[in-house]
Structures are given as C-alpha cells and as structure tokens.
Design a binder for this molecule. Structure first.
Ligand code: GCU
Length: 680
C-alpha cells in the first residue's frame, strides 16, 4: 500500500523505459569486506533492495569485478581496483564520496569510493537517488562532501512518549520496552536519515527530564545507539542542568562547585562506557523556566564549560542553546539572546557550540535571520531550524520549508563585508571554525507516514539535503523529492513544484503577513489569537508583537524604538531601519507605521494587510485546485489524504483571514477596501 512509510527509500519499480536503460549498468555488486562490517553489510542490503525494487531485478553480489555493469563500492584501502583509479579521494574528507562511471580491466561500470565506510554509505544512497531521479549513470562523475560537521535531528520527545510540538503521533522511541525490544522502525529511521546525510540525533526533549541520564534510561539510549551505529548516526542527549541535584543527590548544580564538576565527569564516564561514540549534550538553560548557571550567578559560558569539561576527555560536544529571554526583562525579546551571549564571545571551551534559532523570536512563519549570526567570531554557532510546524499549521497545513531555510541560509550578515552569509557562518568558513553544526527539530512520530502527512516528509528531506550542503536550492530538492515520492510525470513535477514553492508564503500571508509575528492562539499556537493581550508574561501576548491601535501597527525596532536593528552589521542595520529599503516581507517586524502608510503596491497599509490575508486564502485555494488536477496521476491513498488535508487548510486559512481582519478592523476602525468580502 502507498501509506507513505517508505519515505525516500521508496523503491517501487521505475517506468519500463528507465528500467531497461539501467539494467545493463547495474548487474553486479562488488563490496569487498561486506561480511565483516555492519556498515558495508547495510550498504549491500540497501543496494540489493533498492536496485532490485527500482529495476525489478536485483544485482548479483560478487567478490570482484568480472564483467560490464558492475557497481564497486570500496575505499582505496580495501580495493586494489579502486586504488588503481587514482581518484582524488584526498578531497573527500572523512564523510565525502565520489560516484564515477569508469572502466576496470576492460569492464565498464560504476565506482562509489570514499575514505571511510560511512562515505561509502552516503555515496551508495546517492547512487540510488540517481536512479530514483532517473539521472544518467553513463559518464557520471560526482564528488560530494558535507559542508557541516554535525547534522542533527532534535527530538522534543518526552520519556512518556508525548512529543512537545509533535503532530505525528507519539514518540517513535518506545522507552517502556527498550532496551530489550528493538522496533524495526529504528533501523528504518537510521536508513532514512543516512540517506540524506544526517549523522546524529538528540533523543529527548530540550525541556529535559533528568531521568534521561539515569542508568535505566542510558541503557535504552545505548540500545538505540547500537542500532544507529552502522548508519553513522550518533546519539546525543538533552541534559537538564540541575541533574546533579535531581538524580545526583547534591544540593547544588553550581558550575563552580567541585562536587558538581565531579558529578558531571563521572556521568560522562558512565555514558561513554555504554555508548563509546556518544555525541554529547544539548542544553536549554535559563530559558522558559529551565534551570541554568544563572541560578547561581554564573554565565552561560561557565555553565556550558562545566559540561564541556566532563565530555572533553571522551571527544563529546556541548550544544548550548541561545534561545533565552527572561521573565520581567523589559528589553525587546528579539534582542535578549544577543545581549546575553555576544559579550561571552571567546569564553566558551573548544568543544562548545552555541545553537541559535534561525530568527530572534521563535520559529515564526517568517523572521529576519538571528542577529547573533556573524556577531560572535570566536564562537562556533550552529543553526536550529524547526522541521515540525509549530507555528505553521501543525501537520495538517501544507507548507514546504525549503524556501524558508534557503532564505535564512542565504541571508547576508555582512559580518565580514558582503557575502558573509549565514551559511558561511555555520559552515565555519567565515570565521575559521572546525566545529560546525545544524539541527532540525524533528517532525517525526509514530504515525505510519512518520510526519503526519506526505508533504511534511519533504521538510525532513530538505533539512537533510541543506544540512549536507547549505548552498543547495530549495527548488532543486523539491524536484528530487517529488520524483522520488510520486513520479517522474512532468505534470506531477511542474504542478508539485508550484505547490511546494508557494506554500510557505501562503501561510505567511494568511497568518502573519508583512513582517507580523506571533499572532497565534495561546499555548498550543494553533489558529489566530491577535486579540490576546492579558497573559502574565507580556512577551507571550500577540499584542506585544503587533502593537496595533487606532493609529497604526507594527513593532518599532529602529533607533526610535527598541533599536534591535543595531544588533545587525551596519549595512543590514541600515536596510532594516529604512522603511523603504526593508521590503514588505519584514516591514512591520521593524517598523510601526500609520494605517494609511503608502505601500509600493499603491495600496495603503491597511488595504495591503487585508489584501495579503485574501491572497493567502487564494493561494491555498489554488493549491487545492492544483492538487485536484493531479488526481489521475497519484495513487488513491496518498491523493485522498492530501486532498482532505488541503480542505482543512483552506477552511483554516479562511478562519485566520476572517478573524485577523475582524480584529484588526476593530482596532483600526477603517472601512474594508472596496470589493473585499466582510469577515464571516
Ligand atoms: C518554543 C516552543 C516550546 C519550546 C521552546 C524551545 O517556545 O513553543 O515548546 O520548548 O520553543 O525551543 O525551547
């Protein structure tokens, strides 16, 4: 059944024509050493299954190249035939690979070569992708290596199997039955991630329970690590800063306390005995009520270094999150992380990397890039994207996040002059860092299709592809994903690409147009709530963000207001501070403007706002019609599921539009522009 379980490991037969083309090129599989190595065995299994499924004929496995149509997968060290090719493997690093069509002793075929077995695994998945996307093998010459070292999923999974901001069922980690019961799904999870280059996973929620560090849970994490290891996926854990008190029997978690330091060192030793390749800790500290070093008058750097020193002898890293904003801090929330962290530049240990959300508030449908990117040259910074759609309609709304990731990664910080993109900050090239990383908050759950809808799979997929290479284009990935997921039919591809390309902007338009943000209902963040203004923490109120009244709307972050613009490098600050240069997309993020402010469209601001809400609804309606037109070309099961979800989305886009326009009209007291339907 087409239930979506297979993700991009979908090996349904290609069209007859493609099968005929590939078959002579993929007769024989040669993987020296596959008997001894779990990774090589996994590669062999995947290629037999993948090629066998796609071509309806599995390749034979043989000990050496002895005919045309071979696929040789080996490091130069393991194969004299690969050595003899003199490939430029020195360019590939530890995880890179090359895929080449070549001739060996008169036989024609394809080689996947790398310096490590892991590189071979990634290269083999690339070979399968070539088939899935019907790319030519003849004359193929691909070299690829990841630009970013740590490419991780962050699971916000709790030990009771609930998932914070998860909309695809329960956690896939069955803590109760681990470590004894190993759901085959864990292996499929590892395969799916390895196929897109993800090499680590943080198993538990950043709002962490200290229990995850107890022997009982460490044994469970170790069992998962054993399953993931052949696929190059390392296990990490979110650590609760106060764990020494909660599970260690100490009366403080103060980083300067020698007992606390000893406790963490012993904890690290214990973990590495169970999980020799344990990746390290992710920490949310002094954020939204979580404990942290500031509870003891210590800085984030002192807190991070405490854990870093415990992990350092074992080679582990600390990913210290910068998502902080304080209760009762009158400073603009968008400025607080920068204010807290930038002065600490240079104080973090070498195995600390600071994990920064893409924007300064919180995973909104659109935010400017976070001002910390580029502003801490001495500290490695990693990106945190959200793959789960907390603020973009949960699992039901269709929103392809590729364009959003791309927008952020390509944003120019100007930190070292023009061309200092966010991508170059996080790949380490801008400031010369070796430790580099990117994390995506997973959208994965126990739903049969993993992510709550077929199209949500595209967001997991594009995250992996951009983590491997942050220069990758969202459209290119969309095309690959459509081919792999649905078909090679040109109508499916063009229509699907249109849908994917425009879907995120549609959400922006019907939820938070023109740079507005955080207008979602309280707590769960589903549906509109721009009228909410009485929550105890002011910065949780939508009214805090839109600041609408009879005279105008928007958050003044220029020097007349909170001056958040000053946290950006000069040229960026100037652009953001200028009403005319900032652009419509971020206008109200940085400016408070009168309702009759003239927009470039010729409409005034009030009319433009209404227009955007209408556009958002129209875009969803269009998307629905586009999907409908594909009915004859998509299997019934997946067609129907998406069609139903699009119906939900259209209804809810309308709900957002009506509620938002009604509310803002009650504030602006302006008439609806001519021809605009009154809110229902
Ligand atoms: C958001 C989200 C929380 C999460 C937090 C975080 O605020 O709503 O559920 O814990 O981000 O990233 O730490």
């Amino acid at each position: 059944a087409e239930d979506g379980y297979d993700l991009w490991l979908r090996y349904q037969p290609l069209e007859a024509e493609a099968r005929e083309k590939y078959r002579p090129q993929l007769r024989q599989l040669v993987i020296p050493g596959s008997e001894q190595s779990p990774t090589l065995k996994a590669i062999e299994g995947e290629l037999v299954r993948g090629v066998g499924g796609l071509l309806k004929r599995a390749p034979g496995v043989s000990a050496g190249v002895n005919g045309d149509g071979f696929v040789l997968v080996a490091t130069p060290k393991a194969s004299r035939d690969v050595r003899a090719q003199n490939f430029p493997v020195h360019k590939l690093g530890e995880e890179g690979y090359l895929v080449r069509s070549t001739t060996i002793r008169g036989h024609r075929g394809t080689v996947v070569a790398a310096n490590s077995e892991l590189g071979l695994l990634y290269g083999s998945f690339h070979l399968l992708r070539l088939l899935q996307t019907r790319s030519a093998l003849e004359g193929v010459s691909i070299e690829s290596r990841p630009r970013i070292g740590l490419r991780l999923l962050n699971h916000w999974d709790n030990l009771d199997r609930s998932v914070e901001r998860g909309y695809a069922g329960q956690s896939i980690w069955d803590w109760w039955n681990l470590p004894d019961v190993l759901d085959p799904r864990y292996t499929d999870y590892a395969r799916a991630n390895a196929a897109i280059g993800i090499n680590g996973t943080v198993l538990n929620n950043v709002n962490a329970s200290a229990d995850s560090l107890t022997p009982r849970y460490l044994a469970k994490a170790a069992a998962l690590a054993d399953v993931f290891r052949p696929y190059g996926i390392r296990v990490y854990l979110s650590a609760r800063f106060s764990a020494p008190v909660e599970i260690g029997g100490l009366d403080t978690a103060d980083p300067k306390d020698p007992d606390v330091q000893r406790w963490w060192a012993h904890k690290a030793d214990e973990i590495y005995r169970l999980i020799p390749d344990f990746g390290g800790f992710l920490v949310k500290a002094n954020s939204e009520g979580q404990p942290g070093p500031q509870d003891y008058g210590r800085s984030h750097a002192e807190g991070a270094n405490l854990l870093a020193r415990a992990l350092n002898p074992h080679g582990g890293v600390v990913m210290w999150r910068a998502f902080v904003y304080q209760q009762d801090n009158p400073e603009d929330r968008a400025k607080q992380a920068y204010s807290d962290f930038v002065p600490l530049d240079g104080q973090f240990d070498d195995n600390v990397i600071v994990q920064v959300k893409n924007g300064p508030i919180d995973f909104q449908p659109r935010e400017p890039f976070h001002p910390m990117f580029g502003a801490m040259p001495k500290t490695p910074l990693m990106m945190e994207f959200q793959i789960t759609k907390e603020y973009l309609g949960f699992a039901s709304h269709l929103a392809y996040l590729g364009p959003m990731y791309e927008e952020v990664l390509r944003a120019d910080t100007f930190a070292e002059g023009p061309g200092s993109t966010v991508a170059k900050v996080i790949d380490g090239s801008l400031h010369g860092h070796q430790l580099t990383g990117i994390a995506g908050v997973a959208n994965i759950g126990s739903d049969r299709d993993w992510t709550g809808s077929t199209f949500n799979q595209a967001n997991w997929y594009v995250f992996g592809r951009m983590a491997w290479n942050p220069q990758t284009g969202a459209e290119e990935v969309a095309r690959d994903w459509l081919k792999i997921t649905f078909s090679n039919n040109p109508v499916v591809l063009t229509t699907g690409q249109d849908m994917l390309r425009d879907s995120r902007q549609a959400v922006v338009d019907y939820m938070t147009p023109l740079g507005l943000a955080h207008l979602m209902a309280t707590g769960h963040h589903y549906g509109p709530g721009p009228w909410v203004s009485d929550l105890a923490r002011p910065e949780w109120n939508p009214a805090y963000y839109h600041r609408a009244d009879k005279n105008g709307i928007g958050f003044d972050r220029t020097s007349e207001g909170s001056n958040a613009v000053a946290q950006y490098a000069d040229p960026v600050a100037k652009r953001f501070a200028s009403r005319s240069d900032v652009g419509d997309d971020l206008l109200l993020w940085f400016h408070h403007l009168p309702w009759d402010y003239p927009m470039t469209s010729g409409r005034d601001l009030w009319e433009e706002l209404v227009h955007r809400y209408d556009t958002g609804v129209a875009e969803v309606r269009e998307m629905r019609a586009q999907w409908q037109s594909l009915e004859p070309l998509i299997d019934a099961e997946r067609f129907d599921k998406t069609a139903r979800l699009l119906r939900v989305q259209e209804r809810e886009a309308q709900w957002w539009r009506d509620a938002s326009i009604a509310y803002f009209q009650s504030v602006s007291q302006r008439p609806l522009p001519e021809g605009v339907a009154p809110p229902a």
